[in-house]
Design a protein around this ligand. Structure first.
Ligand SMILES: Cc1cc2nc3c(=O)[nH]c(=O)nc-3n(C[C@H](O)[C@H](O)[C@H](O)COP(=O)(O)OP(=O)(O)OC[C@H]3O[C@@H](n4cnc5c(N)ncnc54)[C@H](O)[C@@H]3O)c2cc1C
Length: 372
């Protein structure tokens, strides 16, 4: 029933790539990989949607995430490091290019389906993966339309979709708002835009709106103060996992958004200075929304995944164990869809949604998965 394949890995974003790199090389020929974008999907959202955004980690910190994978420990990473200053933050497209390059030998040995997986259903001793129609370069016997394959182990690395809130205003997609050129052709300078979220992405979006000529910008923040993640405060950072300090201030890891946030707070934007409102100030929020032409939601992500069903048809996913990555026996999840938790250097736990965290989590779980 299971044929030659031991693993199906769904999603070739950073998490799927890091997982494949952790597998022993003799397992690659017994691994089936699905990504709706095929080889073009390698790097996932970093390349396809957010390539023009600057990373919130430095080249040196991102390099540590690659080097956390034992087989890559001596890789020179020329596309990421090259002659550039290791303390600068690269565009996400650069991180994606490096990932694509380093993955080439691995992708040459797995079987890649350029297809969308619609569901993963438990059967006795394994899982049945249903995938849809589309171009197909595999050699596993699939016909290319509405097919399925059974494997003992499945790993889900399908990423996430930006979370949206329920305000009845046209929303600018996050990927557009983060791209200066795309945003400039989306809005007019006279438009009023309300940006939900003042962390890294929300801050970059305010800068993009200003550069598009927009002066009617409102930023909505949660918590005691705006820009809590991006400026002037010591923040807990998962870089501690890879030997970093674990805490940063505005000169540190969020350098681009920190500079933007500092300039806003100092009033350097003049008439374009955004109005900053706490989400708890309901009257002010309502007034801003009434005047708004668009909203942008930069408030995190929801996991994106195929339908996951157990033996009795029950929906799976909610019982995911963030420590082991396990969703059910023989089924695991990593990356933005199934993030790990990390303990913050100054106490408490947080969800870990960056490459260093993905690398450390997968590395910690891989032996149990291989032997499971
Ligand atoms: C603006 C922005 C900036 C970020 N900056 C950083 C940063 O600087 N440093 C950092 O460490 N992290 C950063 N992140 C966070 C994180 O690293 C990325 O979000 C990363 O892309 C998540 O990786 P992933 O592998 O979980 O998912 P994705 O990159 O989304 O990859 C998922 C892949 O799965 C495929 N897929 C999805 N569903 C299916 C299906 N049903 N069937 C087949 N294929 C499917 C998709 O085509 C995609 O290729 C950033 C995120 C954003 C949005």
């Amino acid at each position: 029933m299971f044929g030659k394949y031991e693993f199906a890995v769904i999603g070739l974003g950073p998490a799927g790539c890091l997982f494949l790199a952790c597998l022993p090389d003799d397992v690659w020929p017994r691994t089936l990989v699905f990504d709706a974008g095929g080889v073009g999907g390698v790097g996932g959202d970093l390349g396809c949607r957010y390539g023009n955004v600057r990373a919130n980690l430095t080249r040196a910190e991102l390099a540590k995430a690659f080097w956390a994978i034992p087989r890559w420990v001596s890789e020179p990473l020329p596309l990421l490091l090259g002659d550039a200053d290791p303390d600068t933050c690269p565009l996400l497209s650069v991180v994606c290019d490096q990932l694509r390059e380093i993955m080439k030998p691995i992708l040459a040995r797995v079987t890649l389906h350029s297809q969308h997986v619609t569901s993963v259903s438990q059967i006795v001793g394994g899982w049945c993966v249903d995938y849809g129609s589309g171009s197909d370069s595999d050699s596993s016997g699939g016909s290319g339309s509405g097919d399925s394959v059974c494997v003992p182990k499945v790993v889900i690395c399908t990423g996430g979709e930006p979370r949206v809130l329920d305000y009845s205003k046209p929303a600018i997609p996050l990927s557009v708002a983060l791209d200066k050129v795309a945003l400039a052709s989306y809005i007019r300078p006279t438009d009023c835009v309300v940006v939900f979220g003042t962390a890294h992405s929300g801050t970059l979006i305010m800068r993009n709106l200003r550069e598009a000529g927009c002066s009617g910008i409102t930023g909505i923040y949660r918590g005691s103060t705006p820009f809590r993640w991006s400026r002037g405060h010591t923040v807990d950072c998962p870089c501690a996992l890879l030997g970093g300090t674990g805490c940063h201030d505005s000169e540190g890891v969020k350098q681009e958004s920190a500079a933007i946030a500092d300039a806003i707070v100092r009033g350097e934007w003049g008439s374009a200075t955004p109005t900053l409102i706490s989400v708890t100030e309901s009257e002010a929020l309502e007034t801003a929304l009434n005047a708004a032409d668009y909203v942008v939601y930069a408030v995190g992500f929801n996991g994106r995944m195929p339908a996951l069903r157990g033996l009795g048809g029950e929906v799976l996913g909610a019982d995911y164990n963030p420590g082991t990555g396990q969703i059910a026996p023989g089924l695991w999840g990593f990356g933005l869809a199934f993030p790990a938790m990390y303990t913050k250097p100054r106490g408490g736990e947080a969800i870990d949604v960056g490459l260093p965290g993905f690398a450390m989590h997968i590395r910690a779980c891989i032996d149990a998965i291989k032997n499971g």
